[in-house]
Structure formats: C-alpha cells, structure tokens
Design a protein. Sequence first.
Length: 258
Amino acid sequence: MLTRSLSKLMLDSPTTAKLVPMLLRSSQPSQPPNYLLLIPEELLTNIFSLLPMSDIGMLCLTGSTNLRDKVMVWITTTSCSRLVMVSLDKHVMDQQAGYDEWVRVCRMFGLLCKRASMLCSTSTRLRLLSSWYSKLQCLVCDKMDRDWARLWGRLGLAAATTSFTLGWDETEFGRVDGWLRNMEQWGVKDEDLRSVFRIFFWEIVSNDDTKASWLSFILRTNTNPSSPVALEQQSASLLFSLLGPSRDNVFLLPPSVK
C-alpha cells in the first residue's frame, strides 16, 4: 500500500547537471558593491580633492576598471590641478624653495598619471600625459612672463616624465624621444635641443641607472658608425654639446678646448 502511494507521487530527484550549478552559486560569497562607483560624480570629485595623490594612484592599481576611468576623467579637471598646486607658494616661485617644490609635486603628478594610464599603450600614455599636464601648466604659469613660463613648463613636464617613465624598458625610449621631439619641435635651434636634453634626461633625473640608460640611448641614436669621423670623436662632441658650457660661456674656455 505504501509503495503504491509513493509511486503515484512521481517524486523525481534533481539531476546532477542541475544540482552542481546550484551548489556552486550557493557556496560562492556574494561580491560587495563598489560604493565609490555609486557616489554622484560631484561628490566623488570632492572626495578625490581631499585625498593625497598617492592614495588616488593606489585606487587605480587596486580598484575596478570603472573606478580607474573615473580617476582618468578627474585628472583633466581643475580640481586635480588645484590639488597638485595646493603646496605651491607663488611668493617663492622664483626661488630655490619654489623650484624644489614644483619639481616634487610634478613628480607626484607624473606617478599618478602613470598609475591611471597603466593599461594603455605607450603612445597613448604619452599623449595622455601631455594632455593632462597642459591643464596644470596653464594654471601655474599663467601669470609668468613668456620665457619664465616656458622654462617652468619644461621643468614640470620633465619631472612628471621622470616618474612617468621610471622602470620602462629601453626599447620604449625611442617613443619617448619622438614624443618629446614632437612636443618641443626640435631642430630650430641647437641651444634649445641642448637645454631640453639636459633638463629631461640629466638634471631632473635623480636615478643614476636611469641617467646612464638615457645617456647610452642618446649616444647610440645620435652617432653614425659609418661616418668618416671616429665614433669616439662624435661621442665626445655630443657629450660636450649636451653637458658642457653654453655657447655664451664658450669664450671662457682655453683655446685648446675651443
């Protein structure tokens, strides 16, 4: 009697194929939402402006792709530029203290840009850096005279580029060189070429290994082994041009050096 009653119920056990996904879903912990992505844009921008640049950069490394995209958008805003400028004192911008602080904050800005753009190609990253930096440069150098603003613009971009490209492979140096040539429109004046080389690849660079790598690249790409002039003489002339005295001070050298 009991057997016949149970057979009429037609109880079917769930198949293994249906049971396994159910068990997997129930065993996996639910992913908590990223609350930063739920915050309105205006409030998120205000939060970013109160954080150190290093913390915002870490958000790009540890957060989601959507959060990194929001940081990339924020870098283009005046809020980001003002965060970079918060420690700058316009009264000492023409002094050593002002120079040191400008270089320091631009290095931090370059590191932020490096972390925000880490998934992009090299060419795209360099293009983003020049675009992001131009906003900051306009705000800082707006009230300076033309020559002084150009110098400070170069110094800041060089400092940002130093942090931005730190650790890059030497195979990417050619892209950096081409990007910088395009930015500075070299070839007009040799003195401009010399000053840009010194600022970007020597004076601002604080790491000796990076200096050596860049100097090796410059010598390799600006000398011609097939030239009738000895390679050593070409290298010596190039080093003297890049790291020697300016043309205005050459007359102070002894005749044998001239």
